[in-house]
Ligand binder design. Structure first.
Ligand SMILES: Cc1cc2nc3c(=O)[nH]c(=O)nc-3n(C[C@H](O)[C@H](O)[C@H](O)COP(=O)(O)OP(=O)(O)OC[C@H]3O[C@@H](n4cnc5c(N)ncnc54)[C@H](O)[C@@H]3O)c2cc1C
Length: 299
């Protein structure tokens, strides 16, 4: 199939993008890497009146560290998560997770921000955004605002951004040496969308107990799933095998995954349990290594 007709714009500045999005509102669509939008256009599952291609808006292509956060602009490709030294050293979780996203050809075009805006319930980056309490900087006809990750993902492929708004950058915290992290997922083949995936970040305190725990899962609900009860269960505790079992068990309690062509609800629950424990264990192990290397300094 071929897409429906649309007007095409390739503005060079953010200001021009905002003007176009104000003009078209819900009839317009931002085109970033095109790796999700173009298939939707070809299948006529999306039929916007106008495409606003941001690929020439070079001011959106940056990775910066601002006040302990990594700011990743809307034109940064997923591939950069693997190649950027700043990202690898400040938020290794992003670098490692990128390898789960599709294939190199897709990561060369697909953007970090585009993946978050697309809000696919099986996508990896929205889970990281949710687990690490990312902030989304968006601009629209009414100016600029920051949306917290907890308020951003509304339901399946739906976010709290207005159709006339553009996400300019996502801000993620940098992770100190006492924070360990992991992303674990199960997919039928490497590069396929995950059936279930879990990301974890664990920070140790001076006594090597858990000072902070973050967990988010994909493939088990319509938005990245995070359960503060499970995180509270781990916090303040010494990480042990039985604590991890308890956490993994409790993580499953809160979800009602659906059965589909790829997996039954029970299979998804099983995967969630196994992957939660695996991710937490890896994250805690890395935190301990970081702790010992830095002798507990610089949490
Ligand atoms: C074969 C294949 C396998 C894939 N496997 C995976 C996978 O395993 N895991 C995974 O996470 N993804 C996967 N993807 C999707 C891929 O990661 C996409 O690149 C990503 O979902 C969208 O990023 P994009 O830059 O290509 O966005 P686009 O396709 O250009 O846009 C996607 C949506 O986001 C909106 N959008 C984009 N940027 C902005 C912005 N700055 N502000 C507001 N709205 C915006 C668009 O209007 C559109 O609605 C796969 C894609 C393909 C084709």
């Amino acid at each position: 199939m071929k897409p429906c007709n649309f007007d095409y714009f390739d503005p060079k500045t953010l200001e021009e993008v905002v003007v176009l999005m104000r003009q078209y509102g819900s009839d317009g669509k931002i085109l970033a890497g095109g790796q999700s939008l173009v298939p939707l256009l070809n299948f006529r599952l999306a039929a916007p009146a106008a495409l606003v291609d941001i690929n020439k808006v070079k001011e959106l292509d940056y990775v910066r560290e601002v006040n302990g956060k990594l700011a990743i602009g809307a034109l940064v490709r997923q591939r950069v998560l693997e190649t950027s030294e700043a990202i690898r050293s400040k938020c290794g979780l992003l670098a490692e997770t990128a390898e789960f996203i599709a294939h190199p050809q897709i990561r060369n075009r697909g953007t970090v921000v585009g993946s978050i805006c697309h809000a696919d319930p099986a996508a990896e980056l929205p889970a990281i955004a949710r687990a690490l309490d990312a902030e989304m900087k968006v601009v629209g006809p009414d100016g600029e605002r920051i949306i917290k990750a907890e308020d951003f993902f509304v339901t399946l492929m739906t976010t709290s951004m207005d159709p006339s708004e553009l996400m300019v950058e996502v801000r993620l915290p940098t992770l100190g040496p006492r924070t360990g992290w992991a992303f674990e997922e199960f997919a039928i083949r490497h590069g396929d969308f995950a059936i279930v995936g879990v990301t974890a970040a664990v920070t140790l305190d001076e006594q090597k107990n858990c000072a902070d725990a973050r967990l988010a899962a994909i493939g088990v609900s319509e938005v990245p799933y995070r359960d503060s009860k499970v995180e509270r269960l781990i916090m303040g505790q010494e990480i042990s095998e039985s604590l991890l079992d308890q956490a993994a068990h409790q993580m499953v309690e809160g979800v009602e995954p659906s059965t589909d062509l790829h997996a039954s609800a029970d299979q998804r629950k099983h995967l969630l349990r196994v992957l939660t424990k695996r991710a937490l264990k890896k994250a805690a192990g890395r935190a301990l290594k970081g702790f010992e290397k830095g002798r507990g300094k610089n949490a």
